[in-house]
Design a protein around this ligand. Structure first.
Ligand code: MRU
Length: 314
């Protein structure tokens, strides 16, 4: 494993990941806003990188998992260890299983990557059209949580893909980004992405989100997803469910933007989704803590799920 550091430059974010010289080069998301890359050459290095959130976000995990199969083949290792590195985002297992079933895992991983790019652009455009339908043809103030942007995917993003598509049409007045406890994906990653594309934004602490919504400061909530059950229940970063409650109380849309690969027909409802439990040391030092990384928003609180192929109102 090797790492490289460049001068931070928010306007030129490197890609989330790329395959170069028979290795997977990751933008190290634990270091943002500093720009560092990490090159992984073994399955053990990839599993460690996934667990430490060097690469994170459901679609990016799917692509990384697919490239991980190339490493696993080279080492003669069962890629299951990659698929199970994090339990909640279904894309990781999907990416691994798809590449593992292919005669040429590298070609398949490249196909997974290309499909992710295409699906994010489709989600962005469809989500922008949906928000226009729901909120009207005016600049919108949008609330988001965690990071569902280019760095959670290969490029463009899902929830931030919707923001990018609206922004391209001059239709974003503000994005309110929760800082996102415990690992600050909002203040370290989403804020960097929004700054890089020139979108006006304000980071708020997670505890402020409900009152921001109640005060009428946002027109809609747009978030990503780690797994969507067959009944439309949505698992996403911890703190998403309270946003859905606040949006319902305020009477504003709560929109989920995710690729079809995040919809898991094999999971009947949110109750079946395994919620990743992380190290208490991420939130407290020397005391006991409960540190769930995700929560489940029930389908009845979801206005719509926008995917690369449809708008689903569960
Ligand atoms: O723990 P993370 O950073 O991997 O969690 C990411 C999220 O919860 C994202 O919102 C989700 O994966 C969607 S990314 C397009």
């Amino acid at each position: 494993m090797s790492s490289a550091t460049d001068a931070p430059d928010a306007t030129e974010l490197p890609p989330t990941l790329r395959w170069r010289d028979d290795a997977l080069v990751l933008l190290d998301q634990t270091r943002l806003p500093a720009i560092e890359t990490l090159t992984v050459r073994t399955v053990a290095e990839l599993v460690s990188a996934i667990r430490r959130l060097v690469v994170r976000g459901a679609p990016a995990l799917g692509v990384a998992g697919a490239f991980g199969v190339v490493l696993a083949r080279r080492e003669g290792i069962d890629p299951e260890v990659i698929a199970s590195a994090r339990p909640t985002a279904v894309n990781l297992r999907r990416g691994v299983e798809r590449a593992a079933a292919a005669a040429d895992p590298l070609a398949e991983a490249r196909a997974v990557l290309a499909e992710d790019v295409a699906s994010c652009h489709a989600i962005g455009d469809r989500g922008a059209a949906l928000l226009t339908e729901l909120c009207g043809d005016r600049p919108l103030s949008l609330h988001t949580h965690c990071n569902a942007g280019a760095l959670a995917c290969v490029e463009w993003g899902t929830a931030l893909g919707v923001v990018r598509s609206l922004h391209a049409a001059g239709r974003v007045s503000l994005v309110v980004a929760d800082e996102t406890r415990p690992l600050l994906q909002g203040s370290r990653i989403t804020a960097v992405e929004l700054a890089a594309i020139g979108v006006a934004h304000r980071v708020v602490v997670d505890g402020a989100a409900g009152s921001v919504i109640a005060r009428g400061l946002v027109d809609a909530v747009v978030v990503g997803a780690d797994r969507i059950a067959a009944n439309g229940d949505v698992a996403n970063k911890i703190g998403t469910y309270p946003l859905a409650l606040a949006a319902a109380r305020a009477g504003i849309p709560f929109v989920v933007a995710a690729p079809e690969t995040t919809v898991d027909p094999g999971t009947a409802s949110g109750a079946e989704i395994e919620i990743e439990e992380r190290d208490p040391a991420e939130v407290v030092v020397g005391f006991d803590a409960w540190n769930p990384a995700f929560d489940v928003t029930p389908a009845d609180l979801v206005t719509a799920i926008v995917t690369d192929t449809r708008v689903w109102r569960p």
